[in-house]
Design a protein around this ligand. Structure first.
Ligand SMILES: [Fe+2]
Length: 272
């Protein structure tokens, strides 16, 4: 199948050397970037985990991310790579304090623009409090990209569980390695197919931790076959560009944040 769609963007990637569960060395990071560039990625967002600790790694603060990205960009340039790395983060829901008067840090968001943030669930489920996190971010003008919902058992059972978050302006990101079948988990693959069928996929990203992981550019034809050319163009071109520019993605409605039912969440969490 011939398509003119270019997957120039990757909005979820663990590319920083010796951070979180990503590459063990600068050489491994550069190998990942080279693989991404060869697959057509031109702009890749480094999204190290925020809110998680790895014992074998030095502890980093989210405020360290932009500097680490700059060092990686310099090394990539020295290696002759043209791919550009942009700062981002993958926020662990529940580990970030945005209840009450809590502020959203620039370094938690795509390009430090405080318009979009990538969030993940702490387990293999999509907890009820996820909707409150999405709401609290939206209330502060930050929309959520929901990382890999296909891995959560509740979403595998009923994808419509994501509708509350979607109604707050959230976007859904699925993993290229699930689309390609590299992540050979039949429940995740089935869930991704269902999300495509329901029209609920806004972004495809690598979530790569090493150079061997599937890149977005390697699944374009598979996505075109599932959703058609026009929708696939939004997924690979229009939507990621909008997130990076800090605007609304074209396929979503403008929404005013509304508190999800079961209010008083933060008060209950804090036992107040
Ligand atoms: Fe990730």
């Amino acid at each position: 199948m011939e398509t003119s769609i270019l997957a120039r963007y990757d909005l979820h990637c663990h590319a920083l050397p010796e951070w979180d569960d990503g590459p063990d060395s600068l050489d491994d990071s550069l190998a990942l970037l080279e693989r991404a560039q060869n697959a057509g990625t031109q702009t890749l967002v480094a999204t190290p985990h925020v809110g998680r600790r790895w014992k074998h790694r030095e502890e980093h603060q989210s405020s360290d991310i932009p500097g680490a990205v700059e060092r990686l960009n310099n090394a990539a340039q020295e290696r002759g790579l043209t791919i550009r790395v942009v700062p981002g983060a993958e926020l662990l829901m529940g580990a970030i304090d945005i209840g009450g008067a809590g502020e959203v840090k620039d370094s938690w968001t795509y390009g430090s623009k405080k318009k979009w943030a990538l969030i993940e669930s702490p387990g293999m489920t999509w907890p009820t409090f996820a909707n409150h996190i999405v709401y609290e971010l939206a209330r502060r003008g930050v929309r959520s990209v929901l990382a890999h919902p296909e891995r959560y058992v509740d979403v595998q059972k009923d994808a419509n569980i994501l509708q509350t978050a979607l109604s707050q302006g959230a976007a859904i990101q699925v993993t290229a390695g699930v689309v390609s079948g590299q992540m050979n988990d039949k429940n995740m693959i089935k869930c991704v197919h269902n999300l495509f069928k329901l029209g609920l996929v806004h972004l495809v990203a690598s979530d790569a931790h090493m150079a061997s992981h599937t890149m977005p550019g390697e699944v374009v034809e598979e996505v075109v076959a599932r959703v058609g050319e026009a929708r696939a163009r939004q997924i690979f071109e229009d939507n990621p560009r909008a997130v990076l520019e800090g605007t609304s993605i074209p396929s979503q409605y403008e929404v005013a944040p509304t508190a999800p039912s079961g209010g008083g969440f933060w008060s209950r969490l804090r036992g107040k």
